[in-house]
Design a protein around this ligand. Structure first.
Ligand code: MGP
Ligand code: SAH
Length: 409
């Protein structure tokens, strides 16, 4: 029976033009909402040692961001800096899906030690994990699920692409990228211009986009998060577009194969990868993913196909089989899972999650659905097929429980 879990990730973009949400002064909550530690605990008292840097304003932001990477926090030793200079310490068992509560084992407080306590995130002034700030840290690399045949196939593939590259670079230089398309010429597209630094933080260094690229590209912070989750040896970006994901994969994966049906858009992706200094780590392949898939072997295939334009959002529910502009979303998934044990699917926020879960069940594949929020706005849903973790620990079971209900079925 496949494992199905639902999670959400809340990311903030520091470079974008949308401001971060205002930093709340947590002090007012401190007095009227003490940590839910033991029911009969005496009120908080001060400990003697004053907290070290950083300053509280930064600290609040760092704490919130650290918590948004809660998957990584379970099992960490934690030092919680509460109000009125109180320190508590223990081991993080789990952070709930809404990131409002932290479950701590062996919580040592000035009042005593508690085997398992729940602390409200809003009551923690700042949080130190494993003795150091850990903000947006990479998730631990997943052990490669590799057998000898797969390793051979990957080596053969690498040789194949190297040969292709050599042949094409000696014959013709890669096509040069078309000029950038300015979305301010269409009222409905202007919002993407406003978001330009959220899409590519180095937009000002010469990033180029076409019309479809503007509304399809994965915002950089989200693409970086996905790239961490997909950290592996060989990743295929099956629908590379203008390179938003491929560029981030180049920072976390040994080898990136970026495919796109549109030669001009692929040239934009290569150009943008040059802006980021990672073009030499990506194989750009012009072609149809469905036709190429039988020849591909990888650890992860990332899928971000067209969703039929920005109008996808007008539908009550997005059907992966009928609304992908002529592509069959299930066939795309099957092609990916034939090429790799793991497939990561970037899907619209209104996707029929039950349908996605049914597709996972049909191929007996573990599934994690992750709602992706950026600056408080839900951008997309990630469906991770495969991505098996190691043995589940007690803390993870707790986290599972805290994540809330599983998808239907
Ligand atoms: P959006 O709904 O067009 O933008 O796309 P936004 O800013 O959320 O709109 P708002 O008016 O609701 O605020 C949201 C995200 O979906 C974009 O950042 C893209 O990453 C992604 N996206 C949108 N489209 C239309 C596509 C698509 O066709 N294919 C892929 N792969 N991603 C898309
Ligand atoms: N993730 C990308 C955006 C992808 S948009 C980014 O961050 O930039 C979807 C892309 O899929 C488009 O560029 C489109 O040209 C491409 N595409 C559509 N059908 C395809 C197919 N059959 N094979 C490969 N690419 C395809």
């Amino acid at each position: 029976m496949p494992r199905h879990v639902s999670t959400s990730v809340r990311l903030e973009d520091a470079a974008g033009l949308r401001p971060l949400r205002p930093k709340k002064k947590a002090a007012s909550k401190a007095t009227d909402a003490p940590p839910e530690i033991p029911a009969d605990a005496p009120p908080e008292s001060s400990s003697s040692a004053p907290p070290a840097a950083p300053p509280p304003a930064d600290a609040f932001e760092r704490r919130r961001r650290a918590l948004s990477f809660w998957r990584d926090a379970a099992g960490c030793s934690a030092k919680l800096h509460m109000h009125e200079s109180t320190h508590c310490s223990g081991t993080v068992a789990a952070v709930d899906a809404e990131q409002t509560s932290i479950h701590i084992r062996d919580l040592a407080t000035p009042m005593g030690t508690y085997p398992l306590a729940t602390v409200r995130a809003s009551d923690v002034l700042w949080l130190e994990l494993d003795g150091a700030w850990r903000v947006s840290e990479p998730l631990p690399p997943r052990p490669p699920r590799e057998d000898a045949a797969l390793a051979d196939a990957k080596r053969a593939l690498a040789r194949q692409f190297e040969a292709l590259e050599t042949a094409s670079s000696s014959a013709d230089a890669p096509p040069s990228a078309p000029p950038s398309w300015d979305p301010r010429q269409e009222a409905a597209m202007e919002k993407y211009w406003v978001q330009r630094l959220m899409l590519f933080s180095r937009f000002g260094d010469g990033v180029r986009m076409d019309r479809e690229g503007w509304f399809s590209v994965t915002p950089e912070v989200l693409a970086a998060h996905i790239a961490e989750r997909c950290r592996c040896d060989v990743v295929v970006d099956a629908f590379a577009g203008v390179g938003g994901n491929a560029i981030q994969f180049a920072f976390t994966c040994e080898r990136v194969i970026a495919i796109d049906l549109d030669a001009d858009r692929l040239a934009l992706a290569r150009h943008n990868a040059q802006v980021y200094g990672v073009a030499d780590r990506i194989e750009f392949v012009h072609g149809d993913f469905l036709a190429l898939a039988p020849r591909l072997r990888a650890d992860v295939v990332f899928l971000s196909p067209p969703w039929g334009g920005p109008e996808y959002a007008d539908a009550d529910a997005f059907d992966i089989d009928t609304m992908m502009g002529g592509l069959d979303g299930t066939a795309v998934l099957h092609a990916a899972l034939a090429a790799a044990p793991n497939a990561a699917y970037y899907l619209p926020r209104n996707v029929r999650r039950g349908q996605v879960a049914a597709r996972a069940r049909a191929v007996d594949c573990p599934l994690e659905l992750e709602r992706c929020f950026l600056n408080g706005h839900e951008k997309a849903v990630m469906a991770y097929f495969g991505f098996e973790e190691g043995e589940e620990e007690e803390g993870e079971e707790l986290a599972d429980a805290a994540r809330g209900p599983r998808p239907p079925g």
